[in-house]
Design a protein around this ligand. Structure first.
Ligand SMILES: Nc1ncnc2c1ncn2[C@@H]1O[C@H](COP(=O)(O)OP(=O)(O)OP(=O)(O)O)[C@@H](O)[C@H]1O
Ligand SMILES: [Mg+2]
Length: 286
């Protein structure tokens, strides 16, 4: 078995003495995994991500990337940034250059890459996030959703093996969420391992192949998203149940649809329409 891409081994962390935020956490992210991190407000998701990206150092235990423990030196953290990129929750904490192109180029320029390579990486990242048209725009004039996308483009331009996104869909309009999920699928297909946090259990169910719940100082990993139907887990994460596990059970009671596993409402609607077509204009607009 290959080394995990990211591994927390007995990691503890506190911002203040005697106020542990994470206690003795074990977590493993394998190459190619899509991990959704869920948990209540203040549960420790952002703290977990900052530990993974080397922005915080554990008080106890060890964080390793690609089987190698993180070194908290300038050189060590520089190495880490080439493998792990964190897109923070609030894009205003991430964007600081005068315009979009400069911001997305910042990381690659810092790696010391030749100008032509920086340009290519930047153009590709802008295109992947659908923000090529605003490349020359001042960052302070962008809308919230645009700033979110530009912040992600900056991380993507670093070509990380592991991309960690802290609540990337918060504040995006529905079309923006769909576009982001398509981008994440493309990155995943191209070999990037993606971890994201969300409060949207339906999104986790649809997108992830594993789930970790961060609450009460601990992290509980569920190997498959089907574990999201567990009421105790949902209560710990302050989450409403996903619709999909219940709907899957109901579909199993209809012989023609038994075994169908739609993960998005549009997929469910298509299935039902195939079984009993609406035969009107509305169904053509689907
Ligand atoms: N810089 C800091 N100094 C002191 N305490 C902090 C600091 N940052 C976070 N905390 C505390 O750590 C705990 C975990 O916060 P964290 O931001 O990791 O949670 P979260 O799961 O990301 O929450 P949310 O869903 O609201 O983003 C909270 O109690 C928070 O108040
Ligand atoms: Mg957070």
């Amino acid at each position: 078995m290959s080394a995990p891409l990211l591994e927390f081994d007995d990691v503890s962390f506190a911002y203040q003495p005697r106020r542990p935020i994470l206690a003795r956490v074990d977590l493993r992210v394998d190459p190619g995994q899509r991990l959704a991190v869920l948990g209540p407000n203040g549960g420790g998701k952002t703290t977990l991500f900052r530990l993974a990206a080397g922005a915080l150092r554990p008080a106890g235990g060890q964080v390793a990337v690609g089987g190698i423990p993180v070194r908290y030196t300038r050189a060590g953290l520089r190495e880490l940034r080439q493998q792990v990129q964190l897109v923070v929750q609030d894009p205003d904490d991430q964007l600081f250059s005068a315009n979009v192109r400069q911001d997305v180029s910042f990381g690659p320029v810092n790696l010391g890459l030749p100008a032509e390579q920086v340009r290519r990486r930047c153009d590709a990242a802008l295109a992947a996030l659908g923000v090529s048209a605003i490349a020359e725009r001042p960052t302070h004039l962008l809308s919230y959703g645009q700033r979110k996308r530009v912040a992600i483009a900056g991380a993507v331009a670093m070509h990380p093996r592991l991309l960690i996104l802290d609540e990337p869909t918060a504040g995006l309009d529905p079309a923006g969420v769909e576009a982001l999920l398509r981008t994440l699928d493309d990155l995943h297909t191209a070999g990037t391992t993606v971890v994201l946090s969300t409060h949207d259990v339906d999104l986790a169910f649809r997108w992830a192949d594993a789930v970790a719940v961060v609450s009460g100082g601990g992290v509980r990993t569920v190997a498959t998203v089907d574990g999201l139907a567990d009421p105790a887990l949902l209560a710990a994460a302050h989450l409403a149940p996903a619709w999909a596990p219940l709907v899957h059970r109901l579909l199993d009671r209809i012989p023609a649809l038994a075994g169908a596993r739609p993960r998005a409402v549009a997929e469910l609607a298509a299935l039902l329409n195939d079984a009993a077509p609406l035969n009107d204009a509305a169904s053509d607009d689907r």
